[in-house]
Design a protein around this ligand. Structure first.
Ligand code: ADP
Ligand code: MG
Length: 282
């Protein structure tokens, strides 16, 4: 079934040589006992290499659905996802995902270091290198001391840091994060935001970060893609023209930060009230 609305404004697209990941005309309709639910109608945008893009939208706007389609965990109804120009048909090796429900994403019978090591083992990374990468990743999330503990011995925030360490140790080219900090305290959250920015810089990884926190999207992103309410289209795709070096206090105190934040806030309010870019054209 082709998307009904082919005039919806697309997100930003890029020349092929700058693009790592492309979402093209993505539509997802869930078949349920009560009939079809069109969660995502028509999404098109590109992620550039080494870019940190935040995705915001009202609850139920299909953010998780989109991420699952990108991760190859869910098949789009129409449209496609391309990684390095190749269609994604299953979980790509170059990708790692950090989900919101970290409690369920760690194996309770494995120690912290073993949880982080598992994907490396599955990828056939030699033992010595595995050890190094695990130690380094745990260190970078401030959990060097917790390697031998079990996940259930840690707080929620620490468990989420284990999930992030696991993704970093894997050294993916694309890191997808679905509201990863929703359940951690404010201080940890600020630390983890800065960690994500530094990982992107250090490892050159391309990040797609889903959040419903507007301040977080502006602070973290080099771009913010705003989704409409469901059935979802791209409402706006804006560049965050803040200085590259960001600081929790200084950046958030910049007048430009406040302007961008206002702008995103207004757009989300509009989306929540059911405004859709295509409606405006009718
Ligand atoms: P978000 O992550 O933005 O909150 P979701 O992607 O979880 O949004 O959900 C988008 C829409 O799709 C919602 O209306 C939700 O109820 C519906 N949905 C999500 N998963 C399923 C599913 N497995 N079966 C049927 N409907 C679903
Ligand atoms: Mg979600």
């Amino acid at each position: 079934m082709p998307p009904e609305n082919t005039t919806a404004p697309a997100g930003r697209t890029l020349p092929a040589d700058q693009t790592l990941l492309s979402v093209r005309g993505l539509q997802k309709v869930y078949e349920t006992d009560d009939g079809p639910i069109e969660a995502v109608r028509n999404l098109t945008f590109d992620l550039g290499k080494n870019e940190l893009t935040c995705l915001v939208g009202p609850s139920g706007s299909g953010k998780t659905t989109l991420l699952k389609c990108i991760a190859g965990l869910l098949e789009p109804t129409s449209g496609e996802v391309l990684l390095d120009g190749k269609k994604v048909t299953g979980p790509p090796k170059k990708m790692a995902v950090v989900f919101q429900e970290y409690g369920r994403s760690l194996f309770p019978w494995l120690r912290v270091a073993e949880n982080v090591e598992l994907p490396l083992r599955n990828a056939g990374v030699p033992k010595g290198e595995r050890r190094e990468r695990v130690a380094e990743a745990l260190e970078s999330v401030g959990l060097g001391h917790a390697a031998k503990q079990y996940p259930w011995q840690l707080s929620g925030g620490m468990q989420q840091r284990v999930a992030i360490a696991r993704a970093i140790a894997y050294q993916p080219e694309v890191l997808l994060m679905d509201e990863p900090f929703a359940a951690v305290d404010a201080q940890t959250r600020a630390d983890l935001e800065d960690l994500v920015r530094s990982i992107r810089k250090r490892l050159g990884v391309t990040v797609l970060f889903v959040t419903h926190d507007i301040d977080e999207s502006v602070y973290l992103g080099s771009r913010v893609v705003i989704l409409s309410s469901s059935p979802t289209v791209v409402q706006e795709d804006i560049e965050i023209d803040l200085p590259e070096d960001r600081d929790q206090l200084e950046t958030r105190a910049l007048p430009r930060f406040t302007e961008l934040r206002h702008h995103v806030y207004e757009q989300i309010q509009k989306a929540k009230q059911g405004f859709r870019p295509d409606d405006a054209r009718v």
